[in-house]
Design a binder for this molecule. Structure first.
Ligand SMILES: *Cc1c(COP(=O)(O)O)cnc(C)c1O
Ligand code: SF4
Length: 342
């Protein structure tokens, strides 16, 4: 994500008056690190904690997510996912700008067609939250979003390639777009016989569950394909009652719910944290899908967990949990035909 974009996040469009609510909550997100620290009772630590130089990737976090952080705890696992840290400024060998080869995999504007049968649309560059470990901090989305230009190039590509069975909406966060904008795409694809499934990768039901409003669930219910929604939560504390309610709405609208997490040092790199996350996800009607080894992007090296430790954690989960609550530990490697299990 280019710094300029991250700094003046345009947020979603303003077309639907009826969606004022989640849009207002989006706009009211915390963007000032000092304010964030004050909200969690850590204002006295600001001088010690905050980086002295601009990290090039703005803080952004919805207030309801902040409310789930433990007050007075500088190691809170939700806080550490969003607070800029001095460690981001250290250059670490092996942590670069295009960690997963996305720049090469691009076919049409905003379409990444890397894996057989599945085309991923970089629907938008916007997110309601800026996660410090995310590759998005460097991805030059600018012109490259599929929703630009009324989805024209993406739609052309998806219609023309009959090997595509599954369309994956990703980003940024595709639910940053208005429901009307999403409907524009699904209307244009409704008569394409080779498309059999729709998948949506989103963190919005976790960080801003109000996004799952009546207009959105009506759209979801009306789709002609089975839909998988892959949520993105990294810690059980993210899944409060408001998130559970959003998950229930998505399930009532017919979606299959999965979750992907990123393994993050000092945030969820313990068997206790990962087991609690899996159990809490299941309480919310969500199955764990992937546990990702971090994409090796500059500025995120301090979150990395080494492969041996990661494998040992998942071995412990296999002992402690039913098989269906153990996520697949994977890494994204450029030029591989699938995500690579560790
Ligand atoms: C992760 C990813 C997919 C989906 O992979 P699954 O293993 O099916 O979840 C598809 N396309 C791209 C470019 C991806 O990065
Ligand atoms: S919501 Fe997802 S895409 Fe957006 S910053 Fe967080 S991890 Fe990255």
């Amino acid at each position: 994500m280019p710094a300029a974009h991250a700094g003046r996040d345009p947020g979603p469009g303003t077309r639907d008056a009826q969606n004022q609510d989640w849009r207002r909550l989006w706009r009211e997100a915390v963007t000032d690190p000092r304010e964030l620290l004050a909200l969690v009772g850590l204002q006295d630590l600001a001088e010690n904690i905050l980086p002295r130089l601009d990290t090039g990737f703005a803080l952004r976090v919805p207030r309801s997510f902040v409310a789930r952080m433990r007050a007075g705890d500088a190691r809170d696992p939700l806080l550490l996912q969003v607070l800029p840290q001095a460690a981001e400024l250290e250059a670490v060998p092996g942590f670069g700008l295009d960690a997963v080869g996305d720049l090469e995999a691009r076919t049409a504007r905003g379409v990444l067609h890397k894996y057989h049968g599945r085309a991923l649309l970089v629907a938008t560059g916007s997110c309601a939250v800026n996660c410090r470990y995310c590759f998005r901090r460097h991805f030059p989305y600018g012109e490259e979003t599929a929703a630009a230009n009324r989805w024209h190039e993406a739609i052309e590509h998806l219609r023309a390639d009959t090997s595509i069975e599954e369309v994956i909406l990703s980003g940024g966060d595709p639910l940053s777009l208005s429901t009307a904008k999403l409907a524009e795409l699904t209307r244009a694809l409704a008569d394409v016989a080779h498309i059999r499934r729709l998948r949506i990768h989103t963190r919005l039901p976790i960080v801003l569950p109000e996004r799952i409003d009546a207009e959105f669930t009506a759209w979801l219910r009306g789709l002609r394909w089975p839909v998988a929604i892959v949520l993105h939560a990294n810690h059980a504390n993210e899944l409060d009652a408001s998130v559970a309610a959003a998950c229930a709405l998505l399930r009532e609208a017919g979606a299959t719910l999965l979750n992907q997490s990123v393994l993050l040092r000092a945030i969820n790199d313990s068997a206790d944290a990962l087991a609690a996350l899996s159990k809490r996800l299941f309480d919310c009607g969500v199955l764990p899908y992937y546990l990702h080894q971090l994409d090796r992007v500059a500025g995120a090296a301090h979150f990395a967990v080494d492969d041996d430790a990661a494998c040992a954690l998942v071995d412990t989960l296999r002992v402690r949990l039913p098989g269906y609550l153990v996520p697949r530990l994977v890494r994204e490697i450029a030029h591989e035909a699938h995500k690579v299990p560790l």
